[in-house]
Every structure is written in C-alpha cells, then in structure tokens.
Design a protein around this ligand. Sequence first.
Ligand code: SF4
Length: 185
Amino acid sequence: MFSVILLLLAAALLYFAYNLRQLARQKSLETGVTGSVLYSDADHTQPTETLSCDLPDAVGALVGKPDYILKQEGRLIPLEYKSGRAPQRLFPSHEHQVAAYFLLIESRYGAGAAPSHGVVRFSDGKEFRVENSAGLRQTVIDQARRMIDISRGAVEAHRDHHSRAKCAACEYFPVCGERIEGDGG
Ligand code: SF4
C-alpha cells in the first residue's frame, strides 16, 4: 500500500514538473525569448533570487530582478521584456533599467561575467541593444543615490513635468506633495 502511495506521489510530481515546463515553454514562445536562459523572472514557474548590489560609500543598495539573463558566448546578457509596441527610440528609463541589471549581474556573478550589453525586447518582436558603458552605469549609481537622499529627506526634489498620467503611474503618488490630480494636466 505504501509503495502504491509513493508511486502515485512520484507520478503527481512528474505531472507537475511537466506542466511547469509546458508553462515555461509557452511563456518563452509568448515573449519570443530563446537561447540559453540562466535566469528568468518572467516565466513565473519558480521563485527567482532578488539580485542586489551595494552602492559606493555604503549609501545603500540597488535591488532588482531582470526578466531574463541569457548566456551568450560566456557572457551574461540581461533582457527586459516589455509588453506593447516598440517606440521609435528607446526611452532613457529603459536604458537605465538595463544598466542597473549590469551592476546587479556583475555583483552577483563576478566581474568575469559582466554583460557586454543588454536587450530590451517589445511584444512586437522589436529589440533594442543597450551597450554596457562606465558612463551609463555611473548615471544609474547617481540616480540611485539621489533617490536614497530624497527618501531620507537629505535633499529636496521638485516636479519637473506637467503630466497627470506620469503622476498617476508614479509609485510616490500617495505621498507626493507636488502630484497632479484630476484634470490638472
Ligand atoms: S507623483 Fe510626485 S514624484 Fe511622482 S511623478 Fe508626480 S510629481 Fe513626480
């Protein structure tokens, strides 16, 4: 009787694993991402590690989860998947998101695995390549330090736009004293 239960349990586990693989394959077909995937937060088939990287001068840390980390010719390449049609040009915020992944990947996997570039892929299949440069990484470090300073009240920050939509999508909306509400812009 006990061995029958074990057999049933093993069959259930195999079935579960098969379904997870099918789900991962389906998602990968959906996103069009192929190749050797080292890490995927986009498939949701298993918990993924949150990557972190200490900022210089111990001011804080960057944390994040790339959608994918691909292995290509010995290098690790972050790939960010965006639903929706590709814009004409990649937004700076997308570039900075990928650059943050450069820092996170180097911190987690070592300097030898530092990405040469990253990719932003849109659901219409269009991809943009983001080169890994010291200047871009420094921009992200400066932005992260500024966000930490603002959250600690060490510096003041003021709104630099008139977009109600931008405020509506902003994570600081509930607590921001300069948010635009209603029909205000
Ligand atoms: S809610 Fe505040 S922080 Fe967010 S975009 Fe609007 S003005 Fe900027």
